[in-house]
Ligand binder design. Structure first.
Ligand code: ADP
Length: 177
């Protein structure tokens, strides 16, 4: 095998995705059940550009992907312009709004800002295929799943860093660039 081929076949999505072992868990939003205040706290406690939306923390079934700036702008606008939206309002990404407890403030529907079909690969997808898709589709990030459960995320920068590391370890694999 040429070094290039060796590189291409040896790295898998699971080797490049975040979080790494020992990192904090993937920061996700749930499709319902979180309040405006909880969503703001989660988004503002990190610098990530986006957040996967899942059915529930337990299931980790992927529903979509939202960009940090869209979440923050939408909440800001809703607080200013939408009657009754407060920190305790439930944020809802589902198609139908779940029944709210009596006395609860009105929910904030954010399905409209969610990408409903974010690109995903499985953990065992070879990186050469993933890189090819990033290039061809002009992706900024892609999500990684295993048996339908969300495992991690790969950004364009993660790929560039991984390529640089590989090139360091084995200068011939710079061919990959
Ligand atoms: P970039 O990689 O361009 O800096 P981000 O700021 O979104 O983009 O991501 C920074 C790092 O955090 C990357 O390594 C990425 O894989 C990881 N990351 C991105 N989004 C999340 C998230 N929601 N939860 C955990 N890690 C994330």
């Amino acid at each position: 095998l040429e070094p290039k081929e060796e590189f291409e076949h040896s790295s898998l999505a699971v080797d490049v995705m975040r979080p790494r072992r020992g990192d904090p868990a993937l920061a996700v939003l749930t499709q319902d059940g979180m309040t405006v205040g909880e969503v703001e706290t989660l988004v503002e406690s990190t610098h990530y550009s986006g957040f996967p939306v899942v059915v529930s923390q337990e299931s980790q079934r992927l529903v979509g992907f939202v960009l940090r700036r869209d979440v923050l702008i939408s909440i800001d606008n809703a607080r200013k312009r939408q009657d009754g939206i407060v920190s305790a309002s439930q944020v809802v990404f589902t198609e139908h709004t779940p029944a709210q407890p009596p006395e609860a403030p009105p929910p904030l529907r954010l399905r409209g800002i969610m990408d409903l079909s974010p690109f995903t690969v499985t953990d065992h997808t070879p990186m050469d295929i993933t890189v090819d898709i990033f290039r061809k589709l002009g992706l900024r990030q892609c999500l990684v799943t295993h048996n339908g459960r969300l495992l991690g995320i790969i950004t364009k920068k993660d790929i560039l860093k991984h390529m640089a590391q590989m090139a360091n370890r084995d200068p011939d694999s710079i061919l990959f660039n």
